[in-house]
Ligand binder design. Structure first.
Ligand code: FCB
Length: 479
């Protein structure tokens, strides 16, 4: 565990290292001239998800999720790892909260593991599962860190998958019962609640391409998973309104600009279809009560009389996860309305995963929300980058590329705010290196390095950069 003294010592050591982006020294990073122009009141947070960090998959009565099953299936995870131990956050949460507090984070977005709280997915609540989140929340509050909980970050109880999972319409009620039980226990202390994490990504990768759990494939599978997530989200928000009146209820979408990979009409049309499947398949039902133009027919067999009214519910906030844009080409073989990933323009910078980088894209998605969706109160609930990090040296990991990525995206946040977007905060993905889904543990997004053998945590320069900024900005009001 990192003690305060150690953290400050390593921060001091790091300040003397040439680790910050070109043109930004340890002093100017936090100065008005060098820092992104973020107004006071902005919430600074870190983000994680249960399966990616908790480990302890058999402790406290937890039963398997679809990600336990998937990651233990040979060939599914690039490096053959799984989340059995992950960062062992379940046992080390107190040290991780201390780390956040020392860095100056004001908020923490984490997810609740459904298979801890209701191991069978429905039926009796497992008190020991909720006890863990109780301890975590109390520890956060003791350190003055605002908890923001996400109810579903892809770890469906396997028992529910065995009953059809997101293909079964009953899941709207299963999810609502689980949400009610969880919020009833924690809602006295946790106010902002996100329902789902990136429903379109879960539908596309988990139920269309099949490279994420539960590994299902095809267009119809994708459509069913998408509609039932939309329905579950709306049904749960409405039910939670009557649990307590002081909750802030929202959900989290992955949004990105989509470009055609060539000016050919077929590619332009494919890009527009992909935009629907990634972005507006979430946004249009929630904010306008309809599926995107051209997709009504695909969803018609699933949509029952009151569904669209149940999905179109007011939200107190929208979480936006942003990593970068995509370039799309027509591909008759692609399950996704014949829209596949295409060539990225030459010279486009990319992260280690090959994801294109465009900080302006972040401003663009926020402007789209401003103009097309009533400018909802928004938080960036994930933003970050994967790079090959060097080994820790002198108590710090030097990650100048990640630091530059974060800095550029904070500038993009400032630009969006100056254009009138209702952006209220930024949560970096991720607090810790973790189990990165199909990539396993070989791909790192953390601002804190985790040694997966010893589980030791070491701050990266990106954390120290954020820490400087957060301290300079002072404490923000809570959302
Ligand atoms: C997002 C996921 C998150 C993490 C990042 C890199 O799509 O929500 O869990 O894997 O990508």
């Amino acid at each position: 565990m990192l003690r305060r003294r150690d953290f400050l010592a390593s921060a001091a050591a790091a300040a003397a290292l040439p680790v910050l982006p070109a043109g930004v020294s340890a002093q100017t990073a936090a100065s008005p001239a060098g820092a992104p122009r973020i107004p006071p009141g902005f919430v600074w947070g870190a983000s994680t998800s249960a399966y990616q960090i908790e480990g302890a998959v058999k402790e406290g009565g937890r039963l398997p999720s679809i990600w336990d099953t998937f990651s233990h299936t040979p060939g599914r995870i690039a490096d053959g790892t799984n989340g059995d131990v992950a960062c062992d956050h379940y046992n080390r949460y107190a040290g991780d909260v201390d780390l956040m507090s020392q860095a100056g984070f004001q908020a923490y977005r984490f997810s609740i593991a459904w298979p801890r709280v209701m191991p069978q997915g429905t039926g009796p609540v497992n008190p020991a599962g909720l006890d863990f989140y109780d301890r975590l929340v109390d520890k956060l509050l003791a350190r003055n860190i605002l908890p923001m909980a996400c109810l579903y970050h892809w770890d469906l109880p396997q028992a529910l998958q065995d009953r059809g999972g997101w293909h079964n319409r009953d899941i709207a009620n299963w999810f609502t019962d689980y949400a009610r039980a969880t919020v009833s226990r924690l809602g006295d202390r946790v106010k902002p609640w996100a329902m789902l994490n990136e429903p379109s990504v879960h539908a596309i990768f988990g139920h269309g391409f099949g490279n994420h759990a539960p590994g299902l494939t095809g267009w119809e599978s994708y459509v069913r998973a998408q509609h039932h997530q939309n329905l579950a989200q709306g049904t749960a928000i409405t039910a939670l309104r009557s649990v307590r009146s002081d909750l802030k209820l929202g959900t989290v979408f992955s949004l990105q600009p989509i470009f055609p990979s060539s000016p050919q009409p077929q590619d332009v049309a494919a890009a527009s279809r992909f935009d629907a499947c990634w972005n507006t398949i979430n946004l249009d039902p929630l904010f306008h009560g309809r599926y995107p133009a051209g997709f009504e027919q695909a969803f018609a067999p699933l949509v029952q009389a009151n569904d669209m009214a149940a999905i179109r519910v007011p939200v107190d906030f929208l979480g936006v996860n942003y990593y970068g844009p995509s370039w799309i080409k027509h591909d008759p073989a692609a399950f996704l309305a014949q829209a596949g990933y295409g060539a990225v323009p030459d010279g486009t910078p990319r992260t280690l995963l090959g994801w294109p980088i465009s900080a302006q894209g972040l401003t663009q998605v926020l402007v789209r929300l401003r103009d097309g969706y009533g400018n909802p109160t928004t938080f960036i609930t994930e933003n970050g980058a994967c790079y090959e990090d060097p080994a820790p040296a002198n108590g710090v990991v030097n990650d100048p590329e990640r630091t530059a990525y974060i800095r550029a995206h904070l500038d993009a946040c400032a630009a969006a705010i100056s254009q009138g977007c209702a952006l209220n905060g930024y949560f970096v993905w991720s607090l810790l290196d973790n189990f990165e889904w199909a990539e396993g543990k070989r791909r790192r997004f953390g601002v804190t390095h985790v040694d997966f053998d010893t589980l030791a945590r070491t701050p990266k320069a990106s954390l120290l950069y954020l820490s400087q900024l957060m301290r300079a900005q002072g404490r923000a009001a809570t959302p």
